[in-house]
Write a protein that binds this ligand. Sequence first.
Ligand SMILES: [Ca+2]
Length: 318
Amino acid sequence: MMEKKRVIIDTDTAGDDTISILTALHYFQVEGIMITGGNVQFDQQVENALYTIQVAGKSGQVPVYKGYERPLMGLGEKQHRTVEDVHGKDGMGDSFFEKAIQRPSEGHAVDFLIETVHKYPGEIHLLAIAPLTNIAMAIKKDPTIIPKIPHLYIMGGTNNALGNITPSAEYNFYVDPEAAKIVLHSGIPMTMVGWEMCTEYSIMDDNDHEDIDLLATKGAQFFKDVNKVVMKFNKSVHKLNGTTHPDTLLAAIAANENIMTRSNVYHVDVETVGELTRGYSLVDINNRLDRKKNVRVCEEIDRKAFKEMLLDVLRSIK
Ligand SMILES: [Ca+2]
């Protein structure tokens, strides 16, 4: 068997983050999980990550580090907004799972990232499925990690499409656009999977949920539990008929780039000051700005192959 690639996950663990973590644990050697402020109350996110590791049967094998609880500029109107309405009060579909046995590791997530990248230069792929605060701060603290990171996969932004937290912005970029800006211009090779990829290719409708139920595994039950609230939310707010899996899609693409059937490298930037557009991601498709092309943007996914990967992951968790 081929040796698994090493990854570090940066997550605001709630809802689909958990399935993304399960996906990463299935396909990668996960060196550690970093928590950043986002979806729900910070310590709850830490607990959710620890519990997810336990569900995967890997308790004590994957360290969880606490990172920044607030965005870089989290003041006044820019205060960070959690989204319990999307994922449930506990971020886990109001499942209120028991407390995991594993506890968070000592030390700051950013220091863990820096140390691990230096320990395995050229080997640590990053899966960013949260606001980009921790990764931006790591780059600022030690820019010498930049050439040692082979690839960064970002779930965030949109390719000039409808946002989810505001009409113009996707949640991860909206929470910390300054961090997104630092990361997008860092020079790290990166792939962005935007929210519109999620709504086009990752939705699991009632039929898909039936297929998942039929697996009758612990993984399938966990999937069902954490997705209870988001199913209702998506129907009423986003007019989407099913659950959305942006973070899982991101992990699946990182694990198997062949499911990304079309992508292009563009100049991508993020709006930090717009009255209506804070967090909006600009993708310069026609190169009107004539600026450096910095991001590979995912544009099409083999939806069937993605679903197969998801089923494989959930099937494997007995
Ligand atoms: Ca997330």
